[in-house]
Design a protein around this ligand. Structure first.
Ligand SMILES: *[C@@H]1O[C@H](CO)[C@@H](O)[C@H](O)[C@H]1NC(C)=O
Ligand SMILES: *[C@@H]1O[C@H](CO)[C@@H](O)[C@H](O)[C@H]1NC(C)=O
Ligand SMILES: *[C@@H]1O[C@H](CO)[C@@H](O)[C@H](O)[C@H]1NC(C)=O
Ligand SMILES: *[C@@H]1O[C@H](CO)[C@@H](O)[C@H](O)[C@H]1NC(C)=O
Length: 296
């Protein structure tokens, strides 16, 4: 009898020890970089609280954005943690963050991957000129993306990009938008050593100024290989007329996921990985049952 308990404790120890788990279960995080400005950071559910005259998030998390132990996010401290809304809470620190497209996207693609890792990098109110190579936001995105691979093992799957509202104010920003965008995408792919990394960008729903159509035109016709565009125009907005609502963000995340999953071979290798880890856990479970029954 005591022998059974002894083995039980060994099994429980083996199961709960993260060191041993990481050796037996292959870790291959499928990494998605989330960059842009406020609508990528997420403002769904953010409203003006008249009592305190501050912006607050209503805290409503729709089921499409729920957490899942297989969906991780890279924190500001460069650690992988289980992802939860708001995804940019420790990144876009000077703003009130709410729901963005990241979690509904991740919940849609997780069926194709063993583990999804989101790397939030978006900052509200930023212009594309601030995202050029050498600028802080660009270098920070490269640094976080490299750390994402280094801290845990994984491979880049795509960049999700939603930016440009701040480039609709000034005519010069709008007219050079396409040139800056192509340079930004090329530089990022080079620095991540992924020359063909899929990029899914969002064509603007709204702008802070009059040159919305010029920026949208650049986004809808970026003319780079493996760059895709989904259109947010027409999705319902918050009272500020600038930000997508929570349900719009859920919809947008699904649109981005559909665009990503339509890329040929976007998730085949990892589907294999998924079944492999499933097989591994099944094998371990059968062994445990075998051991228990052996002693009973
Ligand atoms: C509320 O805050 C804004 C700036 O955030 C300020 O312009 C406005 O005067 C404030 N309103 C009240 C009633 O305090
Ligand atoms: C937040 O505001 C502080 C103070 O103005 C500034 O130094 C910092 O760069 C800002 N951070 C972000 C992420 O915008
Ligand atoms: C909150 O109030 C500010 C200042 O009046 C306004 O600019 C902003 O659009 C409002 N935001 C929302 C989400 O209603
Ligand atoms: C991890 O998964 C990606 C695709 O999701 C695949 O390309 C890569 O080869 C895998 N790496 C390992 C070590 O299995």
């Amino acid at each position: 009898m005591t022998k059974i308990f002894y083995y039980f404790f060994i099994i429980i120890f083996l199961q709960s020890s993260p060191q041993i788990q990481s050796q037996t279960i292959p870790r291959n995080i499928s990494i998605f970089i989330l960059a842009g400005q406020s609508n990528m950071a997420g403002r769904g559910g953010v409203y003006n609280d008249t009592a305190t005259n501050t912006t607050v998030w209503d805290g409503v998390i729709p089921s499409e954005c729920r957490s899942n132990p297989s969906i991780l996010r890279l924190t500001a401290k460069l650690e992988w943690k289980e992802a939860k809304e708001p995804l940019h809470v420790d990144i876009d620190v000077n703003k009130t963050n709410g729901i963005g497209p990241g979690m509904s996207f991740a919940n849609r693609v997780i069926t194709r991957f063993g583990q999804v890792g989101l790397v939030p990098c978006s900052i509200g109110g930023t212009k594309l000129s601030q995202w050029q190579k050498g600028q802080f936001l660009y270098e920070e995105t490269v640094r976080r993306s490299k750390a994402a691979v280094a801290s845990g093992g994984g491979s880049y799957q795509a960049v999700l990009w939603y930016q440009g509202e701040s480039d609709t104010v000034d005519m010069v920003d709008a007219s050079v938008y396409k040139k800056r965008l192509v340079k930004f995408f090329n530089d990022l792919r080079n620095d991540l050593h992924e020359p063909n990394l899929p990029i899914i960008q969002v064509a603007l729903a709204t702008g802070a100024g009059p040159y919305l159509d010029a920026v949208r035109k650049a986004q809808l016709k970026t003319d780079l290989e493996n760059v895709y565009c989904v259109d947010a125009r027409g999705l319902p907005l918050e009272a500020d007329g600038l930000h997508l609502t929570t349900s719009s963000q859920v919809r947008l995340g699904h649109m981005i996921a559909e665009s990503f999953l339509a890329i040929p071979n976007s998730a085949q290798q990892s589907l294999y990985m998924h079944f492999f880890s499933l097989f591994c856990s099944l094998y371990v479970s059968l062994n445990i049952f075998g051991t228990i029954f052996h002693f009973l």
